[in-house]
Design a protein around this ligand. Sequence first.
Ligand code: KIV
Length: 280
Amino acid sequence: MKKKLTVPDIIAMKKAGEKIAMLTAYEVSFARMLDGAGIEIVLVGDSLGMVVLGYDSTVPVTMEEMLHHCRAVNRGVEQALLVGDMPFMSYQTGSRDAIVNGGRFIKEAGCDAVKLEGGSEICDTVRAVVRAGIAVMGHIGLTPQTAGNLGGFKVQGKDLDSARQLLDSARDLEAAGAFAVVLECIPDQLAALISEKLSIPTIGIGAGAGCDGQVLVTHDMLGLFEKFVPKFVKSYVNLAPQIKEAVASYRSEVKEGAYPDAEHSFVMQADLSALLDNGK
Ligand code: KIV
């Protein structure tokens, strides 16, 4: 049995200068593969809405959808820290809702921590959730749940004022008790500066190599989500064309009667002719 990673283990990795690898999962088979490959943090992201449920954004994702997929992922994770993404409007309505909904991720879905999008403005909520005993990962920069307010899916913190706000937000999140902060789509230099100023780990996505760890949407890095691929995504394998080719081969073999062949069929041991006697 592998040792389960804890929040202090993740914080210790920053102190030891060991980079943290985080990926998203939405169901058990991917969870097993990621966990088996030694990924330290598995995130059930609300990107679920776009890559698995077919929504146009993460906004419509519900608590019930998140919990359903977190439970499935939890069944496949032995070692990684499991983080559940709190969906839009499950924590923005106040600390009480945030504690109640955050608690459901832990009690009903087996998550080890939750992730909330937002900076200084949500720190009272973060503090309350942490005080209730729930580990919180922050998420600043490009925050997809409120991307419309940020002018769309754009790089954040490019000018001095917005860079200062992001640094303040990161510090406020640390002071509020967050154990790590995702930095999404911000310039490399700013992400490196924030990483240096915080004692908790930063996890970058489109934020350069100066972060303490990296996260990607698994469907993006495996070439499974073809609708839109952000600039920062590296495709480690392009699976969608391979899957389509396999499906097309299956279809033509079914049409031709080539599948199933003898190798993939079961052989009768008794003599079936007995069943044919007198047509009975
Ligand atoms: O929803 C998600 O998958 C995320 C990561 C991309 C950080 O928030």
